[in-house]
Design a protein around this ligand. Structure first.
Ligand code: BGC
Length: 738
């Protein structure tokens, strides 16, 4: 967003305080009687219906349809919608309501799901379906037709403000594997899902004030804290191969496998043109190459030029509805920068999407907050959070805690007794919360004394720790849309004080110190050798404390796996020390690292991370054996056996990685191509099967502009993480493997 737009937004934010009653969903009639309105016949194809309806519209009705009609709902007030699109009642085109987002509904209170990266850490397609089902249920019960989710941006730098929103962390296969069931689940409920942000929105921007950012300041999410490399000003320069292999696969799968109905274009430019006026992205790749038939939606304030967007593939601008407002479109038509045929095309796609999604053939979803099953829905985020909590370290089995052997626990830290989450458009105001302190207290039961200290005075906290059997330090790392983190340590941003020092003091006072991290993504863990155990709980949602308590006390196995690499030091971050790669120079961000993003880069450079991609300990112990490989035509079948050789039941997440042969095109040493999540009782084993399709064996040949199966020797790895790969095999394509 440029500063003028930011100011406009600020102004609008001010206006909202004075604004009259917010727009409420009303049950308007939908399509109508097919006898009078032939386009209302459900037996006709969505395209045919849209064409028929388009044919009945006047030019001014068409022009009025493409821009949003409501300004203040974006602020998230109770009873509002993130956006509304007025219809044409004369023809039965309904008013359509739009809602954020990826962690729950952002209008009034809602159930806060764990942040999407926590869902990523579950490595569980079923959890993705459940997550979407809860969000869709509340989006619908608040009267909306469209949900702005999921977010499938790849974690290119762990400093990025929206890492917590990135469903699959740094890996396109993981992201795709979870985004597809998420979308199917949400659309299966009758919603239109919106996969975002297309494309290259992998940073928010930084600036001298980045470290002062803190929750509750609306100036952050609209970008006034970011001055360098701002999302609304940069040009993401991404080469074709990198785009195809790392940043496009989620969108492609959303279209081809999930049948997503909407795609949100991003704030930034991509290789020149703004994402929302980018013909290569919006028309050539999305529609011509992938066959997308739904609609493209501009991110909020991401449009720049009415004519350019109309010509190049943007269908609707939901907010602020200025560039696609009646006045701007009329002016663009009069000035010749767009034609009525352009308008027709976008209206047709909008209508087609409404028909295809079933939105025209049902009544409006009534906005009925009271019908939300708050209690029932509350249990679900806790169950998802539980699956996504990652046990990074467990010295001599200090966890799980055994309440029969404990007299006292010190719970310490600034976020232990509060609901903590990231900022921006996926920040949810929860119906109710369970904090870590509450969750731990519940599990500790009556026989264990639970003391609390917020850590503001580390000496006092250390004293409590020293007087207790176990110390649990719950630390927070806040991140937000609108601003990247100034550094990767717990001190960025700074408002929670020196939590690294707090951990060190507590650990010095009690060797049974467990650190629970509530963060949006990777942080530095310089104290990791001083503490007994570390749990990464992400932003765990409404009832995250329940999940934290259950994992600490072993009510459930620790079963999350890292969807992102935790570096040992900041200078190991792939873009470190390369301003032209991040945050960009003169608003140009060069994706110089190419496909070597995240663990692909650590592996290639042989850099040891603190905690590697895919890592997550279990309270059980697993052994991998019996690797079998078989080629079926263009596909590869991989089988392996996983056995629980530990002392209790647990959840294994076997992972398959492939190393493609490096020719003149350099390949990452390994990339994730399969995973499973299986519960195994003590002493039990099971065979897991993975199938890698032709695409999984291919790389993007930039010279030929197509996917190509590499010829040569492929390396196959199966194991517990990207660095714990006990099973190894190889096979050749077009060439023998030596
Ligand atoms: C975000 C989108 C979001 C929209 C509406 C934008 O700032 O980038 O992800 O859906 O706001 O809240």
């Amino acid at each position: 967003m440029n500063s003028f737009r930011a100011l406009t937004t600020l102004f609008l934010a001010g206006v909202c305080v004075l604004a009259a009653a917010p727009a409420l969903a009303t049950a308007e009639g939908r399509c109508g009687d097919p006898a009078e309105r032939p386009w209302c016949k459900p037996s006709l194809s969505p395209d045919r219906r849209a064409d028929l309806l388009l044919g009945q519209m006047t030019d001014s009705e068409k022009v009025s349809l493409l821009g949003g009609d409501e300004l203040t709902g974006v602020l998230g007030g109770q009873g509002t919608h993130t956006g509304t699109m007025d219809g044409v009642p004369r023809l039965g085109i309904p008013r359509i309501y739009l809602s954020d987002g990826p962690a729950g509904v952002r209008s009034g209170q809602a159930t806060a799901l764990p942040s999407p990266i926590a869902l990523g850490a579950t490595f569980d397609r079923h959890a993705a379906r459940q997550d979407a089902a809860v969000i869709a249920d509340e989006v619908i019960r608040k009267g909306n037709d469209i949900v702005f989710a999921p977010t499938v941006d790849i974690v290119r730098t762990p400093l990025a403000g929206r890492v917590f929103e990135a469903l699959g962390g740094e890996d396109p296969f993981l992201s795709t594997s979870l985004a597809v069931p998420w979308i199917k689940s949400a659309e299966g409920k009758g919603l239109i899902a919106t996969v975002k942000h297309y494309l290259g929105n992998n940073q928010e921007g930084t600036g001298p004030k980045a470290n002062e950012a803190m929750p509750g300041n609306p100036a952050i999410s609209i970008g006034t804290f970011a001055t360098v490399g701002k999302r609304g000003e940069i040009d993401a320069r991404i080469d074709q191969r990198t785009m195809r292999e790392m940043y496009l696969p989620m969108f492609e799968a959303a279209v081809k496998q999930a049948g997503v109905e909407a795609v949100m274009c991003a704030y930034n430019k991509v290789n020149g043109p703004w994402a929302c006026e980018n013909k290569t992205l919006l028309e050539n790749i999305l529609r011509k190459q992938w066959g997308f038939k739904g609609m493209t939606i501009a991110d909020y304030g991401a449009t720049h030029d009415t004519g350019a967007s109309l010509r190049n593939g943007l269908d609707i601008e939901p907010w602020p509805g200025v560039d696609y407002g009646t006045a701007a479109i009329t002016a663009a038509l009069a000035g010749g920068s767009a034609s009525m045929a352009d308008v027709d095309r976008h209206v047709q796609r909008y209508l087609r999407t409404l028909f295809a999604s079933g939105a025209m053939d049902r009544e409006a979803f009534p906005a009925d907050e009271d019908s939300i099953d708050r209690g029932g829905n509350a249990a679900k985020p806790a169950a998802i959070a539980e699956k996504g909590i990652v046990l990074l370290k467990n010295r001599r089995g200090i966890l799980p805690l055994n309440r029969g052997k404990l007299d006292s626990i010190a719970v310490i830290g600034p976020v232990a007794d509060r609901y903590f989450t990231g900022g921006g458009s996926s920040e949810i105001d929860p119906f109710q919360t369970t904090t870590a302190l509450a969750g731990i207290t519940k599990q500790a039961g009556s026989g264990v004394d639970v003391g609390f200290n917020d850590g503001a005075d580390p000496a006092q906290a250390a004293q409590l720790a020293g007087d207790s059997d176990v110390a649990v330090v719950v630390v927070g790392s806040w991140s937000s849309e609108g601003i990247d983190r100034a550094c990767l340590s717990l001190e960025c941003p700074s408002f929670l004080g020196d939590q690294d020092a707090l951990i060190r003091e507590v650990a010095a006072a009690n060797r049974n110190t467990v650190v629970v991290i509530e963060s949006g993504g990777p942080i530095l863990t310089p104290w990791r050798n001083q503490v007994g155990a570390i749990l990464e709980a992400w932003y765990p949602g409404s009832n995250g404390g329940t999940a934290i308590g259950r994992i600490l006390f072993g009510k459930a196995d620790a079963s999350g796996r890292l969807p992102v690499t935790f570096p040992r030091k900041e200078s190991d971050i792939p873009t470190y020390g390369e301003p032209s790669a991040y945050p960009g120079v003169d608003d140009v961000v060069k994706y110089k690292e190419g496909v070597f993003v995240g663990y692909r880069r650590y592996d290639r450079r042989k850099i040891k991370p603190a905690y590697e991609f895919g890592r997550g300990l279990s309270y059980a112990k697993f052994r991998f054996s019996k690797l079998k490989l078989k080629r079926h035509g263009p596909k590869l079948a991989v089988k392996a056996r996983v056995s629980n050789v530990g002392k209790r039941a647990g959840v294994a997440v076997p992972q398959l990685y492939l190393g493609l042969p490096s020719t003149n095109v350099k390949q990452p040493p390994r990339a994730l191509k399969g995973f499973a999540r299986i519960s195994l009782k003590r002493g039990k084993g099971r065979q897991v099967k993975f199938t890698v399709d032709k695409r999984g064996l291919s790389f993007w040949n930039a010279g030929k502009n197509r996917w190509q199966v590499a010829k040569g020797c492929y390396r196959v790895y199966v194991g517990a993480s990207s660095r714990k790969l006990p099973l190894r095999g190889k096979f050749g394509i077009g060439r023998k493997c030596r």
